[in-house]
Ligand binder design. Structure first.
Ligand code: 4NP
Length: 163
């Protein structure tokens, strides 16, 4: 059985593609490629079709992570396609849940920072209008959060959010 993860931010060009590609890196390292798959999306339509931001790509590259992908917008259909939907900040979280008025899928939507073990942040800060340090920090924070989430999701009892 495959577990499907979707990472969501605002534009799908900085934080969520970083989370997706960091998680794919960890999944490959742990030999889990057959059982866990990742995607990412943005709550906005601002950058549909765009590649990851070049500043984000440069920060990821320094940690040996290659960012690939093309921005798309989150839709209500994603609730059916994914087992876990991981929001970067509370605004993304609210925008995701606004597309689930019947609250059928609320149990699979989480803030990714809940899974950090070394950082106290509750949200992944939006780096878009800031400098290089902000992009580097996003990568560092997501390494922690993704590693924590991967340990959580590979516990036998939590491979499916509904089980
Ligand atoms: P992301 O960053 O949500 O991490 O992809 C942003 C990208 C674009 C914008 C804001 C944040 N924007 O306003 O265009």
């Amino acid at each position: 059985m495959t577990t499907r993860l979707l990472f969501v931010c605002l534009g799908n060009i900085c934080r969520s593609p970083s989370a997706e590609n960091i998680m794919n890196h960890l999944i490959q390292q742990r030999g889990l490629s057959e059982s866990i798959v990742c995607d990412s999306a943005g709550t906005s339509s601002y950058h549909i079709g765009s590649a990851p931001d070049s500043r984000m790509t440069a920060a990821a590259r320094q940690r040996n992570i290659t960012l690939v992908g093309q921005a798309r917008q989150f839709t209500a259909q994603d609730f059916e396609q994914f087992d876990w939907i991981l929001a970067m900040d509370r605004s993304n979280y609210r925008d995701i849940l606004a597309l689930d008025p019947g609250q059928q899928h609320q149990h699979k939507v989480r803030l990714i920072c809940e899974f950090c073990r070394h950082h106290r942040d509750q949200e992944v800060p939006d780096p878009y209008y800031g400098g290089t340090d902000g992009f580097n920090y996003v990568i560092e924070l997501l390494m922690d959060a993704c590693s924590g989430f991967l340990d959580f999701v590979t516990q036998p009892s939590s491979l499916k959010s509904t089980s």
